[in-house]
Every structure is written in structure tokens, then in C-alpha cells.
Design a protein around this ligand. Structure first.
Ligand code: TYD
Ligand code: MG
Length: 453
């Protein structure tokens, strides 16, 4: 008989890296004094499912097209057509953005056709019921329980009744078997691992709600992302009524698909025509603002990029960006300096994407660069201009996918002067009598266009 190894493991509470011996500084993220004792590993999903012997894949019965449709069209689309039985969806977002509302709505809709359970470890049943009535779901048949103990939730599964469960939230769950303290990375990860294993074993679908920290990672367990099948992130400004749900990872659908919702007095409502909602709609022209014609999954959307460039009092000027990757911003600054002679070395640089959105497409390069140039030159960009295109390290403007669709959407919304990569060959596209296309090949041309001769 194989000898059982009892292993002591330590988990870093800031990056979740594991180590077999305790050290003062985490070797992965460099944090000091962050290693905590973890329970001896159960081996996770692999171990639980490992009892099966190898099978011919062609003969394995897979119900590929079975999905639980929530009836919230935007959510179903982001999921790739609905929730797949036996799958685990992680729904992440900042506190107050609407995660519980969306999960409750989705589950409420599902409850008319499937047996569903809402597990809340954050709100009382009374609070949940109030919200449920407010959402107009009172006629459905949704079961709910308030519990934060993993073992109790697992025992609910033994009734064999439930098909879809929401766990709100994964960070407030705790388990008796974990060696690390409640709320710690080790616990959260262990709870998630066991829920994923149960989902696979029983063919039950889980929606796990996870809070995102200010830094943008799912608090502590960034590592949850690889455990689950689908990761959805909520984006948007808690002060604006529009919310975006983005598929960050999806084993059962395409990534970078987005769903758009509006928060109303009776919950989240899908927005069918979202292309213009994230524009600020400012009446007066101001420098440092450029409109980006984005294409997220299948949705063309116009997004406002704001930049502020200001003389820095610091020896080491600030580079801050919200909603846009900081490393990409630094790269753009270097390209602008080297290939267009735009010197921002002594300037503080701030970039913000309006509406609390996150821009991940490299096609936003031209718009971000244009906003920076416009702010530095203090020269507003003409109102009817929309930008898209990628910048290469040698200062070249590179083509981006589906230029025609971006152009068509822009023109539809009144942005009839397109600044686009020459290689996208737009001229033959949407050009009509009052549409202008400025085709660019280098960043220097963009500089001349925005800052003037
Ligand atoms: P909530 O789902 O509780 O956020 P999370 O679970 O992500 O922390 O929703 C938070 C906000 O949504 C709250 O500020 C109130 C607002 N809201 C509405 O505007 N209308 C509604 O019908 C509901 C239920 C909430
Ligand atoms: Mg909540």
C-alpha cells in the first residue's frame, strides 16, 4: 500500500504562491512575512475525479449543447449561450457594483424551470427577500439559505435536488478543515477547489461571487481564475447607471464578449444598443479627449479616452492610468518620444477611460496617443473624429481587426471623420459624401494631425 505523505504547506497571503517551507519573504512576489500555514492539500479536483479509468474520448457522452438559459439575454450571450451544467462561473467586481443583484436575477429566472439555491454568507434572508421582491421576482420558486460554512453547503447538495447554486461570496466562506484563518487566501482557495470538485462530480452549476480589490485582482485568490470554467468581471462606475460584464475566461464560449446592463430601480436591465452610452456627452470641446471606436467581442462601442499631461514638480514624474494598462501607456510614451518627438519626460501623465471601463484592445493605441498629444498641445480634437489603430515599437500604425464595423458604428453615431490605419484600407468601406477617412502609417502623422502644423 502506498504510504500516505502528510505535507505541510505554506501559502503566500498576497500572491497565493505555495511553498513547502516557511521563509520570511515570498520567493514569488517578494512580500515579507506573508506565508501562512495551509492545510495538507486534498489534491483538489484531479484527486476527486481520478477514480475513473481512461476512456475513449469519442465515446464519452457529452451534452455539449445543454445550457441553462437565464433569460437575461446579455448575460447568456457573455456566457456563450447560458450556464453549462457542471460548470463553475466566477462573477467578480468591486463592492456595490451589482454582483448580488445580477446573480439573484439570473437565479430567480432559472428557478421557474430548475431547482435553484441562493447561498448568502453576506446578507440576511430578510434583506435578500426584500431585494427579491424589489426585483419583481417574487412569483418564482427560489430557495435561499444564509450560511458561510462550506460543510453546511455541501450537505445541502446531498439532497440531490439543486441544479444551479449561487454562493455569495466566495471570500466569506470558511471551512473547518483549512489550516489557515477565515478569509485568508488559503481558505478561499480551498473552498473554491472543493466547490469546483463537487460541481464536476454532480453536474451542478455554481456561480461564485468574488470581490475585487482596488488593485483589480480578485481579492487574494487571483488563483481562483484557473480553477473555474468561466470568469466574468463587472466593470463600470458605481455612480453611473451602466454596467458592463466581460468574459475574462470562458471554457464554453468566446472571451472578450461583453454584456451591457443598466441599473434601474428594479434591478439590472439588458441594454441592447450600447454603442454610445459610455461617451460623456460633454457639450464643449476640451483638449485631452479622444473617442476610441472599440470592438468588444461582437459589440462595436464608442469609448472616451481622457488624458492629462501637466508639468511635473517631481524629479520622477507620475504615470497613472485608470482603465488602461500602465505598461502599455509607458510604451506609448516611449513611441511618441522616439518617433514623433513628443517629449513628456518632465510631465505628469494621467490617462482615464470614461465610464469606469477597462480597455484591453491594442486598437486603442491611436486614441490614447491622440489624447496625450492633444493635452500636451492644449488643442482640442475635432468633435466628429473617432480613432482606432495599433502602434508598433518602430512608430508604425498597424492594422486592427474589423475596421469596417468600427467605422460603420462611428459614422452611425455622427463621428464621420475616422482616423485609422492605412493598412485597414477603409476608403472603400463606409465612405459616403460626408465621411472622411484619414489613413495613417506612422505616429508622426498622428502628431501632425492632432497638434496642428
Ligand atoms: P449589489 O448587487 O448589492 O452589489 P454587490 O453585490 O456587487 O456588492 O448592488 C449594489 C447597488 O445596486 C446598490 O448600491 C443599490 C443598487 N440597486 C439598484 O439601484 N436597484 C436595484 O433594484 C437593486 C437590487 C440594487
Ligand atoms: Mg453583494
Amino acid at each position: 500500500m502506498a504510504k500516505m505523505r502528510v505535507e505541510t504547506q505554506y501559502i503566500c497571503s498576497s500572491c497565493s504562491a505555495s511553498s513547502y517551507k516557511w521563509v520570511g519573504q515570498c520567493g514569488t512576489c517578494g512580500a515579507w512575512n506573508s506565508l501562512r500555514l495551509a492545510a495538507s492539500r486534498t489534491g483538489g479536483i484531479g484527486q476527486i475525479l481520478a477514480s475513473q479509468s481512461p476512456q475513449n474520448l469519442a465515446e464519452v457522452r457529452a451534452e455539449g449543447n445543454k445550457r441553462y438559459q437565464t433569460g437575461l439575454t446579455e448575460l447568456d450571450r457573455v456566457l456563450g449561450g447560458g450556464i453549462v451544467p457542471g460548470s463553475v462561473v466566477l462573477l467578480g467586481g468591486e463592492p456595490g457594483i451589482g454582483k448580488s443583484t445580477l446573480a439573484l436575477q439570473a437565479l430567480g429566472m432559472l428557478s421557474s424551470s430548475h431547482s435553484t439555491l441562493y447561498v448568502s454568507a453576506e446578507e440576511s434572508l430578510e434583506q435578500l427577500a426584500l431585494r427579491y421582491q424589489r426585483l419583481g421576482l417574487a412569483s418564482q420558486d427560489l430557495q435561499a439559505v444564509c450560511d458561510g460554512q462550506l460543510e453546511n453547503i455541501l450537505s445541502q447538495l446531498d439532497t440531490g435536488e439543486y441544479r444551479v447554486l449561487v454562493v455569495d461570496s466566495i471570500q466569506t466562506l470558511s471551512t473547518e478543515t483549512s489550516g489557515s484563518g477565515p478569509g485568508s487566501v488559503g481558505q478561499v482557495r480551498e473552498c473554491a477547489e472543493r466547490l469546483v470538485a463537487e460541481a464536476k462530480r454532480r453536474g451542478i452549476a455554481f456561480i461564485l461571487i468574488g470581490h475585487v480589490t482596488k488593485e483589480g485582482g480578485l481579492a487574494g485568490p487571483k488563483t481562483l481564475e484557473h480553477l473555474v470554467d468561466t470568469v466574468l468581471y463587472f466593470e463600470g462606475d458605481a455612480t453611473s447607471r451602466y454596467r458592463l460584464v466581460r468574459a475574462w475566461k470562458n471554457r464554453f464560449g468566446s472571451v472578450n464578449e461583453v454584456g451591457v446592463f443598466a441599473m434601474t430601480a428594479s434591478g439590472l436591465k439588458p441594454v441592447k444598443n450600447p454603442s454610445a452610452i459610455f461617451l460623456s456627452g460633454a457639450k464643449s470641446l476640451s483638449s485631452g479627449t479622444a473617442v476610441f471606436a472599440s470592438l468588444d467581442g461582437s459589440r462595436p462601442m464608442l469609448i472616451e479616452v481622457q488624458a492629462l499631461v501637466d508639468q511635473s514638480p517631481l524629479g520622477n514624474p507620475r504615470r497613472l492610468s485608470v482603465g488602461y494598462e500602465a505598461t502599455r501607456l509607458n510604451m506609448l510614451l516611449a513611441i511618441l518620444h522616439r518617433h514623433a518627438g513628443v517629449n513628456l519626460l518632465d510631465q505628469d501623465v494621467f490617462v482615464n477611460i470614461a465610464g469606469g471601463l477597462r480597455v484591453v484592445e491594442t486598437a486603442a493605441d491611436l486614441a490614447v496617443a491622440a489624447a496625450l498629444i492633444s493635452s500636451l498641445a492644449d488643442r482640442p480634437i475635432a468633435r466628429q473624429m473617432a480613432f482606432f489603430g495599433e502602434l508598433g515599437l518602430s512608430g508604425e500604425v498597424r492594422p486592427v481587426p474589423r475596421g469596417e464595423e468600427r467605422a460603420a458604428e462611428s459614422v452611425k453615431l455622427g463621428f464621420n471623420h475616422l482616423i485609422a490605419p492605412a493598412a485597414n484600407k477603409l476608403a472603400s468601406g463606409p465612405e459616403t459624401a460626408d465621411t472622411t477617412v484619414t489613413a495613417l502609417t506612422t505616429v508622426a502623422e498622428l502628431h501632425t494631425l492632432v497638434s496642428g502644423p
